[in-house]
Ligand binder design. Structure first.
Ligand SMILES: [Zn+2]
Length: 251
């Protein structure tokens, strides 16, 4: 058995963390950042690797441009203030997150554009057709979700952003896509499935996944995971961790 100690800082990092106005990022990203293109676009390393694979799969390397990835708190603050000045408060609050509350600060978010001579930095054109749509169709298989959908504006409190994608990892991306859930809604769903008691079970890619939520009630908690199981632990940024177990599919 593997003993894993979970602390409060574990609840605040990982590819499933929810970052929005009600759930600011604590500090800066804890992920390792790498550069994914000439323009100085940085992403968390796994997010970058999956993005590169997805673009390769759809032969989208030429047609799709990465516009904006990781931003530090300071950069987000500058973008917010510049937009306030240029576009006014209503536009800015609709499309630009408050400093500390942007997914871009995690390194797991990427804004994409259809390659063009002129690209709008805040609202890049990423149409529901051609190569961008191919990207959307395959995104969930590579762990990405389109984060701000039109019909979820009431939940996410962010305007419809066809260009903004978030890495959450497979199988979470697949479950969200198939059930039409925003990350906020997915968190609420998984919180109803306590780890070790009543996990959420999902079958996909010839595997069985058990996903459970562990709410941290003390400063530190220990869990045991059997040694032959592949697992992933990610914070939710809601004082809990989401534990995903990869299990053999029983025939
Ligand atoms: Zn974005």
């Amino acid at each position: 058995m593997n003993n894993k100690r979970i602390t409060m800082s574990d609840t605040e990092r990982g590819s499933l963390i929810l970052v929005n106005k009600d759930h600011p990022l604590k500090g800066e990203t804890s992920g390792k950042l790498i550069n994914i293109g000439g323009e100085g676009v940085l992403l968390e390393s796994r997010t970058a690797a999956m993005l590169v694979q997805l673009l390769k799969d759809i032969k989208g390397e030429e047609d799709i441009t990465a516009v904006s990835g990781y931003r530090s708190y300071k950069e987000q603050e500058e973008i917010f203030n510049d937009s306030l000045e240029e576009n006014g408060r209503e536009f800015t609050e609709r499309y630009v997150a408050y400093p500390g509350c942007s997914e871009h600060q995690t390194g797991y978010a990427i804004d994409l554009a259809k390659t063009a001579k002129e690209i709008d930095f805040l609202c890049p054109d990423f149409p529901y057709a051609g190569t961008p749509q191919k990207f959307r169709d395959k995104a969930a298989d590579y762990g990405f979700i389109q984060r701000y959908e039109k019909e979820k504006e009431g939940v996410t409190k962010i305007g419809h952003e066809p260009w903004h994608f978030r890495y959450v990892g497979y199988p979470h991306s697949r479950i969200m896509k198939d059930n039409n859930l925003s990350l906020e809604e997915y968190m609420e769903l998984i919180e109803e499935h306590p780890y070790g008691v009543k996990p959420f079970v999902f079958h996909g890619n010839k595997q069985c996944f058990e996903i459970g939520c562990l709410k941290l009630e003390e400063k530190e908690q220990e869990i045991t995971i059997s040694e032959d199981i592949i697992y992933q632990i990610s914070g939710s940024n809601r004082k809990s961790v989401i534990i995903t177990l990869w299990k053999e599919q029983k025939v």
